[in-house]
Design a protein around this ligand. Sequence first.
Ligand code: ADP
Ligand code: MG
Length: 208
Amino acid sequence: MNAGDVAAWIRRAAELVAADADRLTRLDAAIGDGDHGLNMDRGFRAATESLPGDAPPGTVLAAAGRAIVSKTGGASGPLYGTALRRAGKALGDAADVDAAALGDALQAALEGVQELGKAAEGDKTMIDALAPAVAAYAAALADGSDLPGCARAAAGAADEGAEATVPMQARKGRASYLGARSTGHMDPGASSTALILRALSDVVSGEG
Ligand code: ADP
Ligand code: MG
């Protein structure tokens, strides 16, 4: 991936988020405060407007992350902003990102979200989509998959991870205030994380 591909990822993520904003908001209305679609749409729209023209991939991701932090309300803004900034930092100044480097960047994003949000797998948060996605990416890489193959594996695992949040009881974030009543609904942040990984897979597979 070069800087143009990374910018295309952010634009594709913004498209998928905009298309699904109402669904994300309905998910958040069920177990939160009904603003997740709006937050994500605002944040990723700002990210697409922040994309630097002539900069390496890591700088593109970091700029998107800063835009998301500054424009997104709610818990998700700082969490997604941190994810993108950490991923960008992991890529450094390299002009090209290979499959291994992208895997390291996704791992750094996961660690950043966990440090900030202190959620573990099973707490019914975006971690339940991101952690299995990062693991599936690494497993595909170890099996010799190319970057599109790794990204497809990550996107599939994120979808499954988001689906698996339905029966979970939330232990972090606003949904945790509902206690047992948070079960039976998909976590909105896990669902939006699955969209962002789908966007990556689309772009590197030439389907964006
Ligand atoms: P808010 O909850 O402040 O209204 P959003 O609705 O935009 O913010 O985002 C809610 C999502 O944020 C949740 O569905 C969950 O996935 C994620 N989230 C909340 N708290 C945490 C946390 N501590 N760690 C990881 N993700 C979290
Ligand atoms: Mg909310």
